[in-house]
Design a protein around this ligand. Structure first.
Ligand SMILES: NC(=O)c1ccc[n+]([C@@H]2O[C@H](COP(=O)([O-])OP(=O)(O)OC[C@H]3O[C@@H](n4cnc5c(N)ncnc54)[C@H](O)[C@@H]3O)[C@@H](O)[C@H]2O)c1
Length: 268
């Protein structure tokens, strides 16, 4: 996987898609600020990537993206340390299953504070740093197929992921004059530590209902994200690039698996 060497901040990057993206930027030679809520996970991820890169390119930042003051401090520190952020990837997101009839205000508030407020103010902090330096940067948001197709027991999550698609569109208008692009990724079921733990049959379940005949891998999302972050994508903004093997074209749901809450295999 190749990526342009450009200073990047990636949130929610201790494991999964965020980790793979931070790793791709670092292995391409970029300095990277790697954020995760879990400090031990963040530090271990940074150490692993630095060992693989053979250079100290990744700095760990342990904080909750729902904490706007902490996000602002991290972004300012990373911008100064890395010599000007060029890419800010808001990957951190919570996935809370729950039937609409039972969903609690507490779960709703936590979910929206991470998925929406966290992404919005991380993007804002990154954009402010880019504007201050005159950097024609890239902001990436992490939507999902569940922001396009309705899915059982993911109402609140799906609403936040739909909002992230619209966030890309609206921020693109305001940041376009600064030369900053804003795009979202719309992954389908992606094999990560979490989704595999949720459904041990994830690969087979999604292979059966996905037009390309397989589940998604983190490399698929990284390929799309590094393209959108590259100079080649300078004239693409406000878009959501689905990375779903065509799943949203018809959106068939796998047969219920015991690990799934109800209504099908885990879909994030
Ligand atoms: N995996 C999938 O199938 C899939 C599909 C579509 C979209 N997504 C989205 O991609 C993103 C990453 O998902 P994933 O499955 O790769 O990883 P994940 O959900 O397992 O989480 C990755 C990391 O994010 C961290 N994190 C959680 N809350 C945080 C917070 N408030 N602040 C900072 N870090 C936080 C976690 O500690 C974890 O290490 C999420 O936004 C998710 O909604 C995932």
């Amino acid at each position: 996987m190749s990526a342009e060497p450009q200073a990047a901040l990636v949130t929610g990057a201790g494991v999964g898609i965020g980790y793979a993206l931070a790793r791709a930027f670092a292995l391409a030679g970029a300095p990277v600020a790697l954020n995760d809520l879990d400090g031990a996970v963040a530090r271990a991820a940074a150490e692993r990537i630095n060992a693989e890169a053979g250079a100290a390119r990744v700095t760990a930042y342990a904080l909750d993206v729902a904490d706007v003051a902490a996000v602002r401090a991290m972004t300012a520190e990373a911008d100064a340390r890395l010599g000007g952020l060029r890419v800010v990837a808001c990957v951190a997101g919570l996935t809370n299953y729950g039937s609409f009839l039972d969903y609690t205000p507490e779960a709703f508030d936590r979910l929206t504070s991470v998925n929406l407020r966290g992404s919005y103010f991380t993007a804002q902090a990154g954009a402010r740093a880019m504007v201050a330096r005159g950097v024609k940067g890239r902001i990436l948001l992490m939507s999902s197929v569940t922001g396009l197709a309705a899915f059982n027991n993911l109402s609140a999550y799906g609403i936040t992921k739909a909002a992230l698609r619209h966030m890309a569109a609206t921020l693109a208008l305001e940041l376009g004059p600064h030369g900053i692009t804003v795009n979202a990724l719309g992954p389908g079921a992606i094999l990560t530590e979490r989704t595999l733990a949720d459904d041990p049959h994830l690969e087979a379940n999604w292979a059966a209902v996905t037009p390309t005949g397989r589940v998604g891998y983190v490399e698929d999302v990284v390929a799309a994200a590094t393209f959108l972050a590259s100079p080649a994508a300078a004239h693409i903004t406000g878009q959501t690039l689905m990375v779903d093997g065509g799943w949203t074209l018809a959106s068939p749901v796998p047969q219920a698996h015991p690990a799934a809450p109800t209504g099908g295999s885990q879909l994030k």
